[in-house]
Design a protein around this ligand. Structure first.
Ligand code: IDP
Ligand code: MG
Length: 139
């Protein structure tokens, strides 16, 4: 069965949205394969996770954001889960996300630091999912 990696980012944990994100995953019928609360995530792990963004001007703000507090990371499985979870998250920019998506229903606009704080992450392809699951869970 197809798998993807998801993260409730530090803004989602701070704002008490873990339960609501998990509820949407369960309502949709996806299976939780792994689920971990990580109280301290290293900059090195975030750099590897976002390796495609390392050379962007805004990357230092993303690293600071993603290491700013606890996060919840997990693996979910189900038919077409990679694409479906991306649809459930909504567009990267909360102001562009469609109503009904997590980023539209819960996210703020950009934070004062210019980082887009958009509550959730999801792998964007089968190759990314495999790479990210290995990176976070070592399997
Ligand atoms: P995605 O999370 O929708 O896949 P990506 O382009 O992979 O979007 O970017 C990863 C994360 O980096 C975004 O979710 C967002 O938090 C942040 N980000 C992306 N683009 C920008 C930007 O232009 N300015 C600030 N932060 C950004
Ligand atoms: Mg991405």
């Amino acid at each position: 069965m197809e798998k993807t990696l998801f993260i409730v980012k530090p803004d989602g944990v701070r704002r008490g949205l873990v339960g609501q994100v998990l509820q949407r995953i369960e309502q949709r019928g996806f299976q939780l394969e792994r689920l971990e609360y990580r109280s301290a995530v290293s900059s090195e792990l975030i750099d590897q996770h976002y390796e495609q963004l390392l050379d962007k001007a805004f990357y230092p703000a993303i690293r600071a954001f993603m290491t700013s507090g606890p996060l919840v990371v997990g693996v979910i499985s189900g038919p077409k889960v990679i694409e479906c979870w991306r649809t459930m998250m909504g567009a990267t920019l909360p102001e562009e996300a469609l109503p009904g998506t997590i980023r539209a229903d819960f996210a703020h606009a950009a934070s004062p630091g210019g980082t887009i704080e958009n509550i959730v992450h999801g792998s964007d392809s089968a190759a990314s999912a495999a790479r990210e699951i290995k990176l976070w869970f070592g399997e």
